[in-house]
Design a protein around this ligand. Structure first.
Ligand SMILES: Nc1ncnc2c1ncn2[C@@H]1O[C@H](COP(=O)(O)OP(=O)(O)O)[C@@H](O)[C@H]1O
Ligand SMILES: [Mg+2]
Length: 327
């Protein structure tokens, strides 16, 4: 059974005014540069978005009751138009995400994980199916879905660590003082209190990713969308950040959709794992991850790892897509 955390995380409700990106042609980065000032583009914080006051009724997440889905992806179909031909990346994917849950999208490179995540973020249009957030079709990017990417260059090089986190909050209408207070809170949570006045070039890769996570968390989004955020880190830092993310998820009950192609990472972080096939992807299986399974080298862990390997390698091995942990 999956570890369903109690429903007490309260998400901000946002009125999204950002322009919609056409998707067949453009990727997320192009969307970002169109929708906000070229100088201050913030991955994970797109567009001129105007949040209303946060919804803070106990027991509810934006009007949701315990057991309701926060996100529903139904028969999603996605692709790209290249040289006047449509290339299908995601054939038919359905899954849902409950409040305070961490769901992993696990699949081989090129199976469309990032494409799916960008579509949920609102950067890419579906060519079939639907994506609903709190029962409403999602149409545009919004601060209710904050994104953390793999790349270390997600920060503004000319802004301090504090300002990298506070700036999107100011863009969303918070006063300078309130934005700074909230930024300090989330930077503290990520262990960066001592580094608030540094610039990105003065940080390690792991610290940069911590800042990116703090920035996304500070928006207090309905969900965090994370696209292999630890993929470029060394194994030790990666493992430490995985543990920290688990701790933060338990403390704050944030809802997370996390993309990875690492089987070990999926088991460590996930409450459930959506296993995707080779492209154009379909869902091969959705598995629950119990607490016992998360104990490294326990029988349950080894069994789950071997099951996931068999699901992925059996397909990928044929065309050289074998999944290697932490490659
Ligand atoms: N902007 C784009 N334009 C055209 N094709 C793309 C674009 N982004 C991704 N693709 C293609 O879509 C497929 C899925 O890519 P992606 O979602 O990045 O996979 P994953 O994240 O699982 O590695 C791949 O074949 C990739 O080449
Ligand atoms: Mg990807």
């Amino acid at each position: 059974m999956s570890k369903r955390k109690p429903l007490t995380y309260l998400a901000a409700v946002c009125t999204v005014t950002a322009g919609k990106t056409s998707c067949l042609a453009a990727d997320a980065r192009a969307a970002e540069s169109r929708s906000i000032d070229a100088k201050d583009k913030v991955p994970g914080m797109q567009g001129s978005q105007t949040p209303t006051a946060p919804d803070r009724q106990p027991g509810l997440v934006g009007g949701l009751h315990a057991g309701d889905s926060l996100l529903q992806v139904e028969n999603a179909r996605l692709g790209y138009k290249l040289e006047n031909r449509f290339h299908l990346a995601v054939q038919d994917v359905s899954f849902d995400l409950s409040p305070a849950e961490t769901v992993i999208l696990l699949g081989p490179s090129g199976c469309g994980k990032s494409t799916l995540l960008k579509s949920i973020a609102g950067f890419i249009d579906l060519s079939g199916g639907s994506i609903s957030l709190r029962g409403r079709r999602t149409v545009a990017p919004g601060p209710d879905r904050a994104v953390v990417f793999q790349e270390f260059d997600q920060l503004f090089p000319w802004r301090t660590v504090l300002d990298n986190v506070a700036y999107p909050l100011r863009r969303n209408g918070r006063s300078k003082a309130k934005a700074a207070d909230r930024a300090k809170h989330y930077l503290g949570m990520m262990g960066l209190s001592e580094a608030v006045d540094r610039f990105p070039h003065q940080l390690s890769g792991g610290m940069k990713q911590r800042v990116s996570i703090a920035r996304a968390m500070a928006l207090e989004p309905a969900m965090l969308l994370m696209d292999e955020p630890f993929g470029s880190l060394d194994a030790l830092t990666r493992s430490r950040l995985q543990q920290e993310l688990n701790d933060i998820a338990a403390q704050t009950e944030v809802t997370i959709l996390f993309v990875t192609h690492s089987i070990e990472e999926a088991i460590i972080l996930g409450d459930r794992i959506v296993i995707l096939s080779d492209p154009p992807s379909v869902v091969r299986e959705i598995v629950d991850v119990s607490e016992a399974t998360k104990r490294a080298d326990s029988d349950d862990y080894l069994e789950m790892r071997s099951h996931l390997r068999s699901m992925l390698v059996s397909e990928g091995a044929e065309d050289g897509h074998e999944i290697k942990p932490f490659d």
